[in-house]
Design a protein around this ligand. Structure first.
Ligand SMILES: [Zn+2]
Length: 114
């Protein structure tokens, strides 16, 4: 082997950790499988978005991310929308009232300018 470097080794060496961070970053494994059936895991920082494809470590072909249990449990809680937060403060009936007021205002403005 000697001097010969594997194609794609540069890709595999990309680190998402910062040099300043002395604490070992939390890891989430990305599981990849290529079309030849090679399965391997690539450790990523917990904050990193898992790439959908990775170069196969055995033959250099494109391996696809296998959606594992980790990804499922991590995304188990859906993010709150503005609408959710709005509903926590106001009931739908309240909102309809506000909307009706607004619409009336808009219509009034439009008829004035016409
Ligand atoms: Zn492979």
């Amino acid at each position: 082997m000697g001097e010969r470097t594997l194609r794609g080794s540069r890709l595999g060496s990309i680190s998402y950790e910062t040099d300043r961070n002395t604490e070992p970053a939390a890891r989430q494994p990305g599981v990849y499988r290529c079309h030849k059936g090679h399965t391997f895991t690539v450790p990523f920082s917990d904050e990193a978005e898992l790439p959908l494809v990775w170069e196969c470590r055995l033959d250099g072909s494109i391996a696809k991310l296998v959606d594992g249990v980790e990804a499922e449990t991590k995304k188990g809680k859906p993010p709150r929308t503005h609408w959710d937060m709005l509903l926590e403060r106001r009931s739908v009936a309240d909102l309809e009232e506000v909307l009706a007021e607004r619409l009336e205002m808009l219509r009034g403005r439009r008829s004035q300018s016409a």
